[in-house]
Structure formats: structure tokens, C-alpha cells
Design a protein around this ligand. Sequence first.
Ligand SMILES: NC(=O)c1ccc[n+]([C@@H]2O[C@H](COP(=O)([O-])OP(=O)(O)OC[C@H]3O[C@@H](n4cnc5c(N)ncnc54)[C@H](OP(=O)(O)O)[C@@H]3O)[C@@H](O)[C@H]2O)c1
Length: 331
Amino acid sequence: MRYVNLPGTDWNVSAVAMGCWALAGDQTWGPQDEAESIATIHAALDAGINFFDTAELYGAGLAEEVLGKALRGQREKVFFASKFNWENARYDKVISACEASLRRLRTDVIDLYQIHWANWDVPFEETWSALEELKRQGKIRAIGVCNFGVQDLTAILRLGKPVTNQLPYGLLFRAIEYDILPLCRAKNIGVLCYSPLTIGLLTGKYRTPDEVPPGRARTRHFSSTRPLTRHGEPGCEAETFAAIHQIEEVAKQLGVTVVRLALAWLLAQPGVTSVINGMRRPHQARENAAAADLALPTEVVEQLRRITDPVKEKLGPNPDMWEGSARSRFR
Ligand SMILES: NC(=O)c1ccc[n+]([C@@H]2O[C@H](COP(=O)([O-])OP(=O)(O)OC[C@H]3O[C@@H](n4cnc5c(N)ncnc54)[C@H](OP(=O)(O)O)[C@@H]3O)[C@@H](O)[C@H]2O)c1
């Protein structure tokens, strides 16, 4: 495993982090067995992963509980990142959300506590001062944001500096390259890439858009005629699957899996700190952790960029994977 410095801290976190959303077993992911989740967390730890990302949102606290249970007695070996819900942005709610997460995680400090989505009804000053207070009390060690576009990041930077911005980024979703990634790089804010496999699309599992279960076919890649979408856009199913098939060819030629190739491509992008990859089975943790040590030749990095340019162009600069431009939760 390769370890990277989390900007603004002296911590060395694994370049591949384990994302715990799927442990919730919700509408997107379908049922998840707790014993399998715990085995996956242990496999991740054994493979050198020391960075675990979760949120109170995932299964209404369930993912945090499972993580806390699995890592009981091993707390000093890992970095916990968690997030509070959009509706908990008021001062008192941030404090109580954090205290509830601490209990579920069975710890007395969360290493990185993140704003999950910006809540524009609450002044950032109020939310930020609650986060500063949690830091002062020793309940969190660092503050991060997620899903902050240029306008929100610029506003928060007037109050203080988040160490990270967690953003959707992967070969099939490159909207952050237009402007928020360059700003994070310029300000030395770590970029944590979420849904690096586009919710499992980049795994070789699905040959056509119709094979993708409705809970996953909600992103802007899919036509708004799919039952659970809410973006109201035409999507880009043809471009997405043409790119997937070409990426699979490249993986075959290199003798690596699509998953490892997709994660290694991301880790080769300037400004990227860690990839937050969802894992729900022990074999996935073992395979995906190995991507951190796969160095891709520059020509391959460029080739993959060219292959996915049509998807990037069709989806445009809105970094919201699920909402169309008119209702984007990024600004
Ligand atoms: N801040 C935010 O707003 C935000 C939003 C979304 C996600 N996140 C974070 O980012 C994390 C990762 O994103 P994600 O879970 O959406 O998706 P992802 O990493 O793009 O995809 C993960 C899924 O792909 C499948 N998979 C993973 N490795 C595989 C392998 N080796 N072979 C075959 N299939 C494999 C698994 O599902 P199956 O086995 O079921 O196919 C897994 O759950 C989340 O867990 C969460 O921590 C944050």
C-alpha cells in the first residue's frame, strides 16, 4: 500500500481508502450482511488500508455502527472520516450529530469530520463555528467538506481552511476537472475522490445499461426514463458503455482488472489525495487495495482520458452525479 500525506496534517493515509456507504445495504446497494461487512473491513485493514470514510447518512447510522464494531480495539491504527447530514447544519445539530457519530463509531475522536452537502439555508459561519468548537473540545481532529463547488469553497475559505474536499471523480465522471479540482490544487486542499468506479459501473459487471439495477441507474449517465432518476436529462448511456468497453480492452491488454486500472488512473491525476472506494466483500478490498501500487505509463493515462472525453463532454461541468444543472447541489 502507498501512503499519502493528507494536506494540512501530519497523517499518512492510504491512497486507497475504504468507503462504507454500501455497508448500509440501502436502495442503491441492496441487502448487505453484517458479517460480510466486518470481514471486508478486516480484509481492508490487512491489505494496508488505514483510512475509512463513512457518514451518519449511510443506513441512518448503521454503516458507522458496523465500522465501530469491526475496528473495536484497533482504533489507533486507523483514520476515521465521517460526515453530518445536510439537515444538521445548525450549530447545535452539528454538535449533537457528531456526538451521536462518536458513540456509533465507539471512539472519542473523529479524525476528519465533513460537511456532507452544503446547506445554503444556514450561514456557513454558524456551521463552521460549530466545527471549530468540536475541534477545540477534541472531538474531531480536522474539518473537511464534500461536494463544495468554487463558490462555496471560496466562501468557506474566508472562515478557515478545510483540509479536504470530497468530490465525485472517476474515469466516467470528470466534471470536477472543469473548475473545482484546479481550485483545490491551487489552495492545497486535498481531493478525496468518491464513487471512483461510478457506483460499480467500472467493474466489468454490466454489459449494457439495461443490466444495471434501477437503484444504481440513477446517475446522470442514465436516461431520465429510468425509473429512479431525478435529473430530467437525456443521459449518455451510449457514450458511457462505449467507454466502458474500450477501458475493458485496455485493461485486458495490460493484464490488469478494470477496477485496478480505473483506481490507478485516478491516483495518477494531479491534486488527487486518496480514492474513496466502496468495498463490500473481502475479495474487493484485497483487489482494490493493490491499485495503489499500480503505476500507469503516461501514454495509458492519456489514452484513458481520450476514451472518456465523450462522456465528460456530454455530462458537462455540473459535478452533481444525480441532479441536473437546474437543481445541482453544487455551486
Ligand atoms: N461525499 C459524498 O457525497 C459521497 C457520495 C457518494 C459516495 N461517497 C463515498 O465514496 C465511497 C465510494 O463510492 P461508491 O460506494 O459510490 O462507489 P464506487 O467505489 O464507485 O463503487 C463501489 C462498488 O463497486 C463494486 N466493487 C468494488 N470493488 C469491486 C471489485 N473489485 N470487483 C467487482 N465489484 C467491485 C461494489 O459493489 P457490488 O459488489 O455490489 O457491485 C462496491 O460497493 C462511498 O462508500 C462513500 O464512502 C461519498
